[in-house]
Design a protein around this ligand. Structure first.
Ligand code: NAD
Ligand code: DAU
Length: 360
């Protein structure tokens, strides 16, 4: 039996990963450690609450004592670190918490695992630590060179405080591998979408606003490109890298699915309008607003290494994934209502109130 300690397991990808593990393996123990920030929601995990293979522990990855206690009690074979501040716009407003959680929290977790796993004579047994990183650490690609992609060897060149914090954490992970022989693996994934994503991110925010006939705020000219991957495919990739990846290696994970933001927004409008049979949901809702500061133009992943070494390929075509996602959000209006009430309203005003319509 494999024992997993998943940090940030109440967030978007983390909760999908916990559900994935419990569906994919009978013989498994999954302990979810999450501080339950605004982005953490235990409601995502309601279906596994009573599962004897699963446990939740509320703790902060920056808390050395709490993390050492949970590692000592649970003796995980695998630690998967999802816990992070994850939203670029928030990092532009308040970089400090990104440094504290994403860098400080990661270093703390590395120290705790190292102390628990290191043997007196050297070596760490069969343990593995996986850092969930992002393609944003590579910086940006140009729209003029569509055949250029991020590879694992692409130099780190982060632009936002968020990506700088993730790149910094990656360097610490690599340093612990090189210096202490610590069993680290890093995955760098492109933009995820699917159920349980907090509606501050592009796809759920646009679905939410379309349903409510509210303006759809597209940054800049709407031509920035992201490489979209259905979250379930990302979860499968992480589990595979954890079990079969080569220690010390970085694996890029991507969807072979680059799309301009405007294309995504128009697709959402069309599908939501069709499903609700509501002609008032149309392109007239699109509102071009002030661009994000330091906005990376294009992300595109070369996922050839994970395909060649581990046989992973994305399984969900975008047309299928986006329909599943929209249907999930329409069927879970109560979930959306709960996560967008209260603090979300203040956040929305802070992020979009000053932006105005750059071009309507
Ligand atoms: P999210 O914001 O939805 O969830 C983050 C989770 O971490 C929340 O449950 C939150 O409560 C928890 N958390 C935050 N600070 C914590 C702390 N100090 N201690 C313990 N828990 C804490 O994020 P997500 O979109 O699910 O992303 C998860 C990870 O994947 C992040 O590391 C992110 O950088 C990375 N990633 C995300 C994407 C994407 O498209 N969303 C793509 C590539 C990589
Ligand atoms: O690439 C992986 C990254 O993807 C992850 O590491 C991050 O955690 C995750 O948040 C995501 O970052 P992005 O900045 O790419 O995602 P976001 O959904 O915030 O924005 C996607 C694109 O849409 C980006 O070009 C900005 C644009 N956008 C976003 C919002 C929220 C808009 O035009 N309008 C919006 O209101």
């Amino acid at each position: 039996m494999k024992r997993y300690l998943v940090t940030g397991g109440a967030g978007f990808i983390g909760s999908n990963f916990v559900l994935h593990l419990l569906r994919a393996h009978d013989d498994v123990r999954v302990v979810n450690v999450d501080a339950l920030t605004y982005a953490g929601n235990l409601e995502n995990l309601r279906e596994v609450e009573g599962d004897p293979r699963y446990a939740f522990c509320q703790a902060d990855i920056r808390d050395a004592e709490a993390m050492a206690a949970v590692v000592a009690a649970e003796e995980p074979d695998y630690v998967v670190n999802f816990a992070a501040e994850s939203h670029v716009d928030r990092s532009i407003e308040d970089p400090g918490i990104f440094e504290s959680t994403n860098v400080g929290g990661t270093v703390n977790l590395l120290n705790v695992c190292r102390a628990a796993w290191e043997r007196p004579g050297g070596g760490v047994g069969e343990h593995r630590y996986l850092q969930v990183s992002t393609d944003e650490v590579y910086g940006t690609l140009s729209l003029d060179e569509p055949d250029t992609f991020f590879r694992e060897t692409t130099p780190l060149s982060a632009h936002s405080p968020y990506s700088a914090s993730k790149a910094s954490a990656d360097l610490f992970c690599r340093a612990y591998g090189d210096t202490f022989d610590f069993p680290v693996l890093i995955t760098r994934c492109s933009n995820n979408y699917g159920p349980y994503q907090f509606p501050e991110k592009l796809i759920p925010l646009m679905i939410h606003n379309a349903v409510h006939h509210e303006p759809l705020p597209v940054y800049g000219d709407g031509l920035n490109v992201r490489d979209w991957l259905y979250v379930e495919d990302h979860c499968a990739a992480i589990d595979l890298v954890l079990r079969k990846g080569r220690i010390g290696e970085v694996y890029n994970v991507g969807g072979h699915n680059e799309r301009a933001n405007l294309d995504i927004v128009e697709t959402i409008i069309r599908l939501v309008s069709e499903r609700l049979d509501d002609p008032e949901i149309n392109d007239g809702l699109i509102t071009f607003v002030e661009d994000r500061k330091g906005h990376d133009r294009r992300y595109g992943i070369d996922a050839g290494k994970i395909a060649a070494e581990l046989g992973w390929e994305p399984k969900t075509p975008f047309e299928e994934g986006i329909e599943k996602t929209i249907d999930w959000y329409l069927a879970h209006a109560d979930w959306v209502e709960r996560v967008t009430s209260g603090a979300y309203k203040a956040y929305y005003e802070e992020m979009y109130g000053h932006r105005g319509a750059a071009r309507a």
